[in-house]
Write a protein of this length. Structure first.
Length: 158
């Protein structure tokens, strides 16, 4: 009954193998197509017998992210991953998979986003404790990204 779309890219119905929720969405913002998908941490449940998991299964995160990037890449200008596993796992994922432009998580509070390879990793504290705003300027509609604080520091030390 909610009007808010639920994204759960790796939660699948046990019987049919179909996604339990919407896997992704593409929004257009200022002429840019942004592909959005999510990654739920398997640790959110207490184990295989957790009654909340009845009827569905959580797919392998690495394979699912690879699939989503491959699927969304040709259709979009930017790919945004809403990530739940936590900052260390988010950073690890950026080292293994390219093509994610923005990764937003809620495990730890970072006052300034970090950039790994060509992925901006944003984090706010859990349970909505803090919010943040990202100002993103694209040159020629492409990455690479960098942190403005890092840029200013480099310029100051030239």
């Amino acid at each position: 009954m909610s009007k808010v779309p639920f994204l759960a890219s790796k939660v699948m119905d046990v019987d049919s193998g179909n996604p339990f929720f919407q896997r992704d969405r593409i929004n257009e913002v200022n002429g840019q197509k942004i592909g959005i998908f999510s990654l739920l941490s398997p640790e959110v449940f207490s184990g295989l017998s957790d009654p909340r998991k009845k009827g569905w299964v959580i797919r392998d995160p690495f394979k699912m992210v690879q699939e989503m990037v491959k699927e969304l890449g040709p259709q979009t200008d930017l790919i945004l991953l809403l990530s739940h596993p936590g900052y260390p796992k988010d950073v690890n994922l950026t080292q293994k998979i390219s093509g994610i432009h923005l990764m937003v998580g809620g495990a730890v509070y970072l006052s300034c986003p970090t950039v790994f390879k060509d992925t901006i990793v944003l984090q706010t504290s859990s349970k909505g404790m803090y919010t943040a705003r990202l100002h993103l300027t694209l040159l020629n509609h492409k990455a690479p990204f960098y942190n403005i604080k890092t840029k200013r520091s480099l310029e100051d030390h030239l």
